[in-house]
Design a protein around this ligand. Structure first.
Ligand SMILES: Nc1ncnc2c1ncn2[C@@H]1O[C@H](COP(=O)(O)OP(=O)(O)OP(=O)(O)O)[C@@H](O)[C@H]1O
Ligand SMILES: [Mg+2]
Length: 324
């Protein structure tokens, strides 16, 4: 089966000095959920917009559903559904009116249109609210309507740009079930961008971690986590370290990758639980006070730390054009 999405060395700059895409290549197999994870400003929306033919790359190539996005954008648009980062519905129209309008945009009419709209309302549990103006919807309902609209033309590939940002945990969890069900029932290829680690981990078969316009890691969530070997030790010190805590922990056998970041000492160990008492005893002996400790299995956050060299929520959003 040909790949659903193929991108090769995509570059895109925004004047004067932002490298939004800095050489992105990837392949998405048909019928899978592909997650694109990255902090604010990483380039997720730009990449999504290039693949959806909403903006042109400066260089590079891409095909979506087998069609070249630069040579035949009209054919690409027929084969995809797009749910942008911002709401796509008209708040003053009802849910049903929005769906009808979207269907008409695709040239769907009459009985076929009514059937698709009814099925969409049913699938996303919006039938009861179909006659209400969208401005009265909750955030989760409005987002579900956005996705229902993106599906009306029965796309081969559905692009979702941050579908759960701003939703409360319950609405997010509900959205995940809708997306997972959609992928399973329709064997659709789903592209989903997010800045939530747990979302990428839970939903995507494969994922790419994007940072500063580049893919810094790619694979299944499990593969990515396996690349980071060992448990993570996180020791919060009562005071900033002058170098003594780091030196002390570095000398302990079985502990590696010791780093200090403000009051936090981070390290890795094959068996974090086993080595922790030794770490605490060594610090105690030097009178270094500890505020809290945590041992955790490798997470996607660790993957990000490994590949981007800093923590996910500290990522600096903008890379000036001259910077690399
Ligand atoms: N139309 C534009 N004009 C100028 N700069 C832009 C434009 N669109 C995006 N950028 C810049 O390009 C970079 C990548 O932005 P992009 O929106 O693709 O990131 P993102 O990963 O989607 O971020 P977020 O999580 O905040 O949505 C950012 O530095 C952003 O400021
Ligand atoms: Mg974005």
């Amino acid at each position: 089966m040909p790949a659903a999405i193929e991108a090769h060395d995509l570059h895109k700059r925004y004047p004067p000095a932002v490298r939004a895409l800095n050489g992105v290549s990837l392949t998405v197999e048909a019928g899978t959920i592909f997650g694109v994870l990255g902090p604010n400003g990483a380039g997720k929306s730009t990449l999504t917009r290039v693949l959806c033919t909403l903006t042109r790359p400066d260089s590079g190539r891409a095909t979506v559903a087998g069609v070249d996005v630069l040579r035949d954008p009209v054919q690409v648009r027929r084969r995809i559904g797009v749910v942008g980062q911002k709401h796509g519905s008209d708040p003053n129209a009802t849910g049903r009116e929005n769906l009808v309008l979207q269907g008409e945009f695709y040239g769907i009419t009459g009985r076929e249109l009514r059937a698709r709209v009814a099925a969409a309302l049913e699938r996303f549990e919006l039938a009861d609210a179909a006659g209400r103006q969208v401005r009265t919807y909750s955030g989760g309902m409005a987002r579900r309507l956005d996705i229902a609209m993106g599906l009306l033309n029965r796309p081969a590939v559905l692009f979702l740009d941050e579908p759960t940002t701003g939703l409360d945990p319950e609405a997010r969890a509900l959205m995940w079930t809708y997306i997972a069900r959609l992928a399973a029932e329709e064997q659709m290829t789903i592209w989903i961008t997010t800045h939530y680690m747990d979302e990428a981990d839970n939903l995507s078969g494969r994922l790419a971690i994007v940072d500063s316009g580049r893919i810094v890691a790619q694979g299944t969530p499990e593969e990515l986590k396996r690349e980071v070997s060992g448990d993570a030790l996180h020791v919060e010190l009562a005071q900033r370290d002058g170098g003594e805590a780091r030196g002390t922990v570095e000398r302990i056998p079985g502990v590696s990758e010791v780093e200090i970041d403000g009051r936090v000492l981070r390290a890795r160990a094959a068996d974090g639980g086993a080595v922790l008492p030794t770490v605490l005893a060594a610090l105690e002996e030097r009178d270094i006070k500890v505020a809290s400790v945590k041992v955790s299995r490798p997470s996607l956050d660790d993957v990000y730390l490994r590949f981007a060299g800093r923590e996910f929520d500290r990522a600096d959003p903008v890379l000036p054009a001259g910077a690399s």
